[in-house]
Design a protein around this ligand. Structure first.
Ligand code: V47
Ligand code: SF4
Length: 395
């Protein structure tokens, strides 16, 4: 009997939780009301059992990671998102950084001899980083290193630069593709519902605009990710609304690869008075996301934000992908108070982190093609590693 069968035989479950467990066992979709019920009523062990079942059905023990680095052109920003610890207003320009084209290309060149497959480019929004600047940057990166996957910018930047450049979303996204853009990261999604978005991210693109830009990118035949910034002033209705909008768009286009829940961190921002979510809540959120987003291939945890231990735990709560390897140069989380102040893990360290919780580490590229399966790789100081141990089956 597996863990899901144990749950299905649990006579103490109420009728809604029983229905949801039955739906998961039959690979049926849960409704918005059921999703909300999970957030409001379900225990960590209940959602964990369901989410792990789905995760193992989709991926078995496999846990993916990729080798990437971050390039952040600037941390000066026109916007004033209340959760952001990273940006500096234009009037405090001297406190931040604004890299020139040459400086950025030098940063790219620093990785010339590193086996990285992806550069993740994201930062603040400023007038000089316009359509022309980014098309030049992408072209120059591709001219220097054609095989480096460019995962860059979010609808927040695209909405701004297309408006300023007087091009439509469609025209703009085509120009980006021609310049070398390969995929879009999931940032800027925050919480789509205007009740919350207007309070925490006023002025930048709306939830509908964020979704529309991803839709157009998918229609052009390309892939992207999605995030949700949770654990601040939103309630569970807002989280379900956010997940539902993503699930609907994914039904339409199939273009999302990965969903990445982002835990709000409260250091040095305008919402420092807001308490951060607990680890139990973080794990419940991963698990419910896994259950709800039945049409998403992957759920990713971002270890520089939640720390290595919670990232390991998340692998039993629906997560099958860990982000952040080699030299995680992003400052977004270290400036917001995350556990990891200098987030950098070598491939070997990351593989061991995954193995130590009984999972199989697989290096992938951005589009989930396998680069290296570490199943049988034994490291120098890892001679005791004798393969994977399965969890005992409950009788
Ligand atoms: O949009 C900013 C978030 C996002 C805080 O697609 C914060 O592979 C918590 O989207 N507390 C940018 N979160 C990062 C991002 C991302 C990260 C890793 C992988 C991928 C991917 C995308 O960071 C922003 C915002 O939602 N953020 N400040 C904060 N104080
Ligand atoms: Fe600017 Fe992004 Fe920070 Fe908002 S989250 S203030 S858009 S850098």
């Amino acid at each position: 009997m597996n863990h899901l069968s144990v749950l299905l035989n649990d006579t103490s479950l109420d009728s809604t939780l029983r229905t949801i467990a039955e739906k998961v066992s039959k690979q049926e979709r849960i409704t918005e009301e059921e999703g909300l019920y999970l957030f409001e009523n379900a225990s960590l062990s209940y959602v964990g059992t369901l989410a792990n079942h789905i995760r193992e059905q989709k991926h078995g023990n496999k846990t993916y990671f990729n080798r990437n680095f971050h390039l952040e052109p600037t941390n000066i920003c026109l916007y004033t998102c209340t959760f952001c610890s990273y940006s500096r207003l234009i009037k405090k320009r001297s406190e931040g950084w604004e890299y020139t084209m040459d400086e950025m290309l030098d940063m790219i060149k620093k990785y010339d001899n590193e086996p990285v497959t992806e550069v993740h480019i994201v930062g603040g929004v400023l007038p000089q980083y316009d359509l022309q600047f980014y098309t030049d940057l992408f072209e120059k990166i591709k001219a220097h290193r054609p095989d480096l996957h460019i995962k860059a910018l979010t609808p927040v930047e695209y909405h701004y630069i297309f408006k300023k450049g007087k091009v439509s979303y469609e025209e703009g996204m085509k120009m980006m593709k021609e310049a070398g853009l390969d995929s879009m990261p999931g940032g800027g999604a925050e919480i789509f519902h205007p009740e919350i978005r207007d309070q925490i991210a006023g002025g930048k693109c709306s939830g509908d605009e964020w979704l529309r830009i991803h839709e157009i990118w998918h229609e052009l035949g390309h892939r992207s990710n999605a995030t949700m910034l949770y654990g601040h002033i939103e309630n569970y209705n807002h989280r379900i609304h956010h997940l539902e909008e993503l699930r609907k768009l994914q039904d339409k286009t199939g273009g999302f690869q990965t969903f990445i829940p982002l835990k709000f961190r409260n250091k040095d921002n305008q919402m420092s008075h807001v308490k951060e979510s607990t680890t139990v809540e973080d794990l419940r959120n991963y698990a419910i996301s896994r259950i709800y987003l039945d049409n998403f291939g992957h759920i990713k945890s971002y270890w520089p934000m939640i720390g290595r231990t919670t990232a390991q735990l998340s692998l039993a709560f629906g997560v099958d992908d860990l982000d952040g390897t080699i030299d995680d140069t992003t400052k977004i989380y270290s400036m917001a108070g995350s556990e990891e102040q200098n987030p950098a893990l070598s491939t070997e360290q990351l593989v061991k982190l995954i193995r130590n919780v009984g999972r199989q580490a697989i290096e992938r590229d951005t589009l989930y093609n396998v680069v290296t399966d570490f199943k049988d790789v034994v490291f120098e100081d890892d001679k005791h590693f004798k393969g994977y141990v399965s969890l005992p089956v409950v009788k």
